[in-house]
Ligand binder design. Structure first.
Ligand code: ACO
Length: 338
């Protein structure tokens, strides 16, 4: 069962403190676009059902692209916008639930492909749709401990098509593939507050990992589960609205008020509308690009942030909340100045 109220402990995570500056953003999606009408050729659904229930009109599915190729392209764009020396990067973190390998991590692969320095912390974070938030906060914490390195690179890259059950209309119409990235630095003059939480749950949203059992000494041979996302949509919906409005109101309170903009996980436009209503905030402060990409899990906030920045939706010095929720179950929000 999903708990409807986050524990009081989540309030302990709020740390208004030294802020971060987003120096550059980037994103990349596969070339292949799949419309709602295309989805209706494989499962019993319609453009009308998908767009009115979720806001999604199309998504991108990999056809040759990899987690690394998308992540690296997004990162190159973020590095180009930031205009920094790669030698000044002290950490590269990749948020993903769909890596190309178990080992090496996506972050190690990115270190090589992007020509990042060898003296770098490189690792992946598995926190589903909250992965970019967890990674951003971790990167900020690491930068606080390494004064000799000025920047961290946070990448979020997903190929959800790898773990989608294309026979299940309840889930397959929701997901898409893509990657986003951000180069961040510490900024003493910028306001920062963070809140996050986790409610371990294996019933309403999960994706089993299957390893073939090749151990010759094992007496019991367990059946390998199918590696596909399973989701109880209504239960996750209720959790999402509650978790999103809860962590947004806590970071806003810690930061001294609501921000000028929200860039949230793009799972369902109705979830954002319901959260906005609970918060008493106007919907036009919430950036929406779900129509073009669907739910890209960890990548979704990073892609939306890049779209928002590049379309002029947010200007330097304006305040912003990034917020996410999803598998874990997990949730998180960060208040910062762009
Ligand atoms: N096309 C047509 N009909 C469909 C489809 C479809 N693709 N999918 C489900 N239906 C049907 C159902 O079978 C059901 O029919 P019934 O009433 O005859 O049983 C009916 O539509 C209504 O189904 P609901 O599940 O109640 O639809 P709902 O309005 O709740 O919308 C949705 C479903 C979009 C999944 C919504 O619940 C949702 O967005 N949930 C949250 C998802 C989310 O935020 N996930 C985040 C994490 S994802 C991650 O971590 C990777």
């Amino acid at each position: 069962m999903v708990q409807q109220h986050e524990s009081e402990e989540s309030h302990m995570n709020i740390t208004p403190n030294i802020g971060i500056r987003i120096c550059g953003t980037g994103s990349s999606v596969p070339a292949k676009t799949v419309t709602n009408d295309d989805m209706a050729t494989i499962v019993e659904t319609s453009d009308e059902w998908i767009s009115t229930r979720t806001g999604i009109r199309k998504r991108h599915f990999a056809d040759g692209e990899t987690n690394l190729s998308l992540g690296a392209e997004a990162a190159e764009r973020a590095l180009e916008m930031a205009g920094i020396s790669r030698e000044a990067i002290g950490a590269v973190i990749c948020a993903t639930i769909t890596p190309d390998h178990i080992v090496p991590s996506q972050a190690c692969l990115l270190q090589k492909k992007l020509g990042l320095p060898e003296q770098i912390l490189a690792f992946d974070i598995c926190a589903a749709c909250t992965g970019f938030l967890y990674s951003l906060h971790t990167a900020r914490s690491l930068l606080c401990t390494m004064p000799e390195k000025k920047y961290a690179l946070v990448v979020a890259s997903e190929l959800l098509s790898r773990v989608t059950n294309f026979a299940d209309r309840n889930t397959c119409v929701l997901f898409g593939d893509g990657a986003g990235a951000a180069v961040i630095a510490l900024d003493e003059n910028s306001r920062y507050a963070f809140d996050c939480g986790a409610q371990g749950d294996t019933e309403v949203l999960y994706c089993p990992k299957s390893y073939p059992n090749t151990n010759p000494f094992a007496e019991s041979q367990s059946e390998q589960p199918v590696q596909q996302v399973h989701m109880e949509g209504r239960a996750v919906y209720s959790f999402a609205v509650h978790a999103l409005s809860g962590c947004i109101s806590r970071v806003s309170e810690a930061a001294g008020g609501f921000p000028q903009h929200y860039v949230c996980h793009q799972a369902n436009a109705r979830i954002l509308q319901a959260a906005a209503k609970q918060l008493g905030e106007p919907m036009d402060k919430f950036f929406l690009d779900i129509a073009d990409y669907g739910n890209t899990s960890a990548a979704s906030i990073a892609i939306a942030l890049d779209d928002c920045v590049r379309s002029g939706g947010i200007q330097r010095g304006e305040s912003l909340i990034l917020a996410g929720f999803g598998g874990g179950l997990s949730y998180g929000a960060a208040y910062l100045t762009f």
